[in-house]
Design a protein around this ligand. Structure first.
Ligand SMILES: [Zn+2]
Length: 253
């Protein structure tokens, strides 16, 4: 299944015990959706493309602006005004033309999310707002799709891997939408760290290697150069996956 060029392109990762030819073939037959092609989605999609994930979906409806460029490394100055998925797809295809890039130029909503995620094995949540984050968490819980959650603010970031039925969900941590909605500052390197780790979690999950962040929350503090991992368990009172769950359908926001 791997071509001569695949064997050469992925040589340095195929030699790893946890990957090998079989693992590389698995990556080639895998499909990952990157929701949001901004600060987190850029490095995540870059590394997934470099690693040889066979199909990568990009979901975003935004256009590139100048103030994106301190962190959204898939886009360049001459992309300003273009749709992010067009700019991103172009860079990714140039890096690795063998990867199938699917462009979903949409705002994810209650109505379209099931159709968008249904053909993917893993979802990378790289969106920049709580409404869509909750929508992805709730919908993927019912659709039984694993989600790699990443979030960044300032010099700090969070990472967790959610597998419906197996791990706690996002609402076990944040039961409801937070009220504040302010734009916070961010330096690109923070998004670079967390976005890269999201791609790494996806690869581990697809290959069944290592210890993904199941029921563990990783907290990155860039200023202190530290990573902390704390246990994070299912909440019995969780409105989505708890004992008396009140959410029976992905909520409409
Ligand atoms: Zn939950």
């Amino acid at each position: 299944m791997l071509s001569e060029s695949d064997l050469s392109r992925y040589e340095r990762q195929i030699m790893l015990d946890g990957i090998g030819i079989k693992g590389q073939e698995k990556l080639k037959s895998s499909k990952v959706l990157v929701a949001g092609v901004g600060g987190l989605g850029s490095p995540a999609a870059y590394y997934l493309t470099a690693a040889g994930i066979g199909t990568i979906g990009l979901a975003d409806f935004d256009e590139v602006s100048l103030s994106n460029l301190n962190r959204q490394i898939l886009h360049a100055t001459n992309d300003i005004g273009r749709f992010k998925i067009d700019s991103a797809a172009e860079k990714l295809s140039s890096l690795n033309p063998d990867v199938q890039i699917n462009k979903h130029c949409i705002k994810l909503t209650y109505e379209n999310i099931a159709d968008t995620v249904k053909n993917y094995d893993v979802i990378i949540d790289a969106v920049d707002n709580f409404e869509t984050r909750f929508l992805i968490n709730d919908s993927c819980y019912f659709l039984q799709k694993p989600v790699i959650e990443g979030a960044v603010c300032g010099f700090e970031g969070l990472l967790m891997t959610i597998v419906p039925g197996k791990t706690p969900c996002y609402r076990c941590l944040y039961p409801d939408l937070p009220k504040e909605k302010s734009f916070k500052g961010i330096i690109g390197t923070t998004a670079g760290v967390i976005g890269s780790l999201q791609a790494f979690e996806a690869v581990k999950l697809l290959l069944g290697i290592g210890e993904p962040l199941f029921g563990r929350l990783l907290i990155f503090d860039g200023l202190n150069s530290s990573f902390r991992v704390i246990d994070w368990s299912k909440k019995r009172s969780c409105p989505l996956c708890g004992e008396n769950a009140t959410i029976k359908n992905p909520a409409k926001y």
